[in-house]
Design a protein around this ligand. Sequence first.
Ligand SMILES: [Zn+2]
Ligand SMILES: [Zn+2]
Length: 345
Amino acid sequence: MAGERELFAPVGPIGPMDQIQLSNASFEGDNNVYLLDDGPETVLIDSGDWMAETREQLAASLDKQGVSFGDIDRIFLTHWHGDHVGQAHHIQEVSGAEVYIHEADALLLEGDEAAWEEMGERQRDLFDHWDMPEPKQQVLEKIFESVPYQDNPVDITPIQDGDTFTVNGRTLRAVHAPGHAAGLCLFETTIDGHNDAFTGDALLPQYTPNVGGADVRIERPLEQYLETLQHIATAEYDRAWPGHRDVIENPTARAEYIMHHHEERSWRVLDALSRLGPSTTWEVSAELFGSLKSIHILHGPGESYAHLTHLEREGLVVCDGDQYQLAAGVEQELEGRNEEYWPLR
Ligand SMILES: [Zn+2]
Ligand SMILES: [Zn+2]
């Protein structure tokens, strides 16, 4: 894969900030690391994935800005996923950088055994409830084992919603934005007079971030994510700097689009249940997403489950054991579906 494309292409400088795009063969692709070094401090937002190639790319991109790992004072991590936190351990080892992440994600990054054990148990329980076939569970087990969180513990300074930091004279404010991950934080700041936010995976330009599978610890992930989108839409940021791919010039419109997308997806779940009758989460997922490979084996049913449980709380779906079906009377409402009837409002 490497060699077919530009390996490291720093997009910045964008005013006082540099966007460094790293190739990423896993997850959503094209990871961003942001460098704030327009003053005495050298600060990163996120750190790329674990791969040795990524470390080389990041080091080479920083070198072009005259920065080495040893210069980095602080790293703000948007959430615990491996494609964002991968180099934090290494950079901290070299520089002693202070590393921040929301308190909900802190124990995972510190390599806390009990926190990982709890995550594993929750996954196994859900895979049973979803009726995920055994061979598919084995594929996921292999993926989980391949991600070396516990071999790369990070000494974390936990943060909370509303915490503010001064970075080279500007204010960086953490905004808790859960849904995709329990501890996901946006970092709001001003860049060249723009009211901007670093959004991690809470707002992406191309994909709608996974809810339900990407962090199984979250109760009501869809509801929480919709609240996050509502926050982004009402904050009216000038620009969003996402964890993957290019800047989002109209974050409000993008957040509204993703809310709409989830409304449509809920309709598709209801429609699937209407055609299939009582179904497991795995069957609904197959109807929505077809046959799944790799990490999508987790994300497909996770997303379906997030919608099914949301619809269940809305009284549109009932659950019996591992089977979901339409609540009484919903079939008729589906026939009369129109713009005034949105299950998520
Ligand atoms: Zn993520
Ligand atoms: Zn990501």
